[in-house]
Design a protein around this ligand. Structure first.
Ligand code: AHR
Length: 496
């Protein structure tokens, strides 16, 4: 027996916003990504209908926008109204046409039925500029900014609930970076102004798993925040685009929960764990490739700093390593769903995203199918489970990892089970037995594994797909026998 699942011992329910997404004004995420008015594949408002359909399929619950580093010198007013004057984006050193702004972002969210989550400019922006943005979005018809929204053709307020104050303002690479004391005061003042506009807003602030930063922030503004925002990328490809191989990526699953554990500890110590949740609002195995950005030597020619960004579009680099790693991270979010209430895959379209766009259509990269599996097959309640003698194996650098990553969930309406069982091993299948403490009549297994650990999808190549695995799961009374293929993400559903 390898696992015991207690089907009546519910630990907590996960917020569906842990399957959230992120879009930044970077490379082709917005222009040429979700928004391409000149494309024959776009609707009357200029949104790529194939992208919209793919986002609906994975039931995106929330999208964070417009950045990311971009936002720390973005002025939202340039992106609304009849006349849009292009801006020079100082974060990424390109011209932004400003034709995709707040109104277009809200349209996008309405079209796919998700919550908007706006990240504000705490770099060059002021507390007042943030609260004016909230006036534009959330006041009915009072004051200059709500009236401008109405004049721009949007009579009804948008009711944007989720707002983040700043992006990574702790980092020297960020425009308008701040010290911990400066940050705590800035967040206090901006949150005060924003709540004077809309006291029902749900506020987050840029943070990380650093005690000094977080203690200063939470002491000053903890009573005004509902979220603390943290980010993680595990394969740092900013300067050099050499994606780590499958085994190295598996090694990086050994420390998936470190930052969550640290932030949880501090929230507990400050007695805030029941009121403030973690918004893990940027995560991806792969860091984005943008050489000579955020460095002193910014790059002189476009060959230095701009053209290399196209290397993010190489679909063959998004393999089963990305899928297996991402599924392990989603399992980590489920295991911590009592403290992590939102997470945003960074990003969802192009760059390192799950959806790649090209003139004739889209490619659903391996990570897309992980979201399809979890959002459409895993359930809302996280169950207690016990692992007996889990097997481990060694990855490069002699990093020991658990071969299997498993989380059990329960449907609060039907009592049905859905178990995510991941086999990280590149070449060996695994047979496991799970003891259930209740009888189930039938089980179905969906598997995502591809033909090899390095398999991927591309234009004209769809070899990595979710498949019905008819001989992967067998119920024998209260025992579930699973055969997990190598390098596979599996969801097993058991119905009464
Ligand atoms: O590499 C992209 C950047 O990563 C995002 O803009 C920022 O938020 C994070 O540091």
């Amino acid at each position: 027996m390898n696992y015991q699942i207690h089907t009546d011992r519910v630990l907590f329910s996960r917020d569906p916003m842990i399957y959230g997404q992120f879009l930044e004004h970077f490379h082709r995420q917005i222009y040429g990504g979700v928004y391409e008015p000149d494309s024959p594949l776009s609707d009357e408002q200029g949104f790529r209908t194939d992208v919209l359909d793919a986002l609906r399929q994975i039931r995106v619950p929330v999208i964070r926008w417009p950045g990311g580093c971009f936002v720390s010198s973005y002025h939202w007013e340039k992106g609304v109204g009849e006349t849009r004057v292009p801006s020079f984006d100082k974060a990424w050193r390109v011209e932004d046409p400003n034709t995709f702004g707040t109104d277009e972002f809200i349209q996008l969210c309405r079209k796919i039925g998700c919550q908007p989550y706006i990240c504000t400019n705490a770099g060059t922006g002021t507390e007042e500029e943030m609260s004016n943005w909230m006036e534009y979005c959330n006041l009915v018809d009072e004051g200059e900014y709500a009236r401008r929204r109405i004049a721009n053709g949007h009579r009804e307020p948008y009711g944007v609930k989720y707002w983040s104050i700043g992006n990574e303002n702790y980092g020297g690479w960020e425009i308008g970076a701040k010290s911990a004391p400066e940050w705590s005061r800035y967040v206090l003042e901006s949150s005060k102004m924003m709540q004077h506009v809309d006291p029902t807003c749900s506020l987050s602030a840029a943070a990380l798993d650093d005690l000094d930063w977080n203690i200063a922030l939470l002491k000053a503004a903890g009573d005004r925040l509902e979220w603390i925002s943290i980010h993680a990328y595990w394969d740092p490809l900013w300067q050099e685009n050499k994606p780590a191989d499958y085994e190295t990526c598996m090694g990086r699953t050994s420390a998936l929960g470190t930052s969550i554990r640290k932030v949880r500890g501090l929230l507990n110590a400050m007695g805030l764990e029941h009121r403030i949740k973690i918004a893990f609002d940027e995560w991806n195995l792969r860091g984005w490739h943008h050489p000579h950005a955020h460095t002193i030597a910014q790059g002189i020619t476009k060959d230095d700093y701009l053209l290399p960004r196209d290397e993010n579009d190489i679909n063959s680099t998004y393999t089963m390593a990305d899928a297996v790693f991402s599924a392990c991270f989603l399992n980590e979010l489920l295991r911590n769903a009592d403290i992590v209430g939102m997470a945003n895959f960074a990003p969802i379209v192009n760059t390192r995203g799950a959806i790649f766009t090209h003139p004739e259509g889209i490619v659903k990269r391996t990570t897309y199918h992980v979201f399809d599996l979890y959002v459409n097959h895993m359930h809302d309640q996280v169950l207690a489970q016990f692992a007996y003698n889990p097997d481990r194996y060694s990855t490069p650098g002699d990093v020991q990892v658990d071969t299997i990553d498993l989380v059990a969930t329960r449907d609060s309406d039907t009592g049905a089970l859905a178990i995510s069982a991941i086999n990280k091993h590149a070449t060996e299948p695994r047979q496991i037995e799970i003891a259930l403490d209740a009888p189930f009549n039938q089980c179905t297994m969906h598997t995502l594994d591809g033909d090899s650990p390095d398999d991927y999808n591309d234009i004209g190549r769809d070899s990595v797909q979710i498949r019905l695995n008819t001989d992967g799961a067998k119920l024998d009374g209260n025992t579930l026998h699973l055969t997990l293929p190598p390098h596979s993400v599996n969801v097993i559903e058991c119905a009464k």
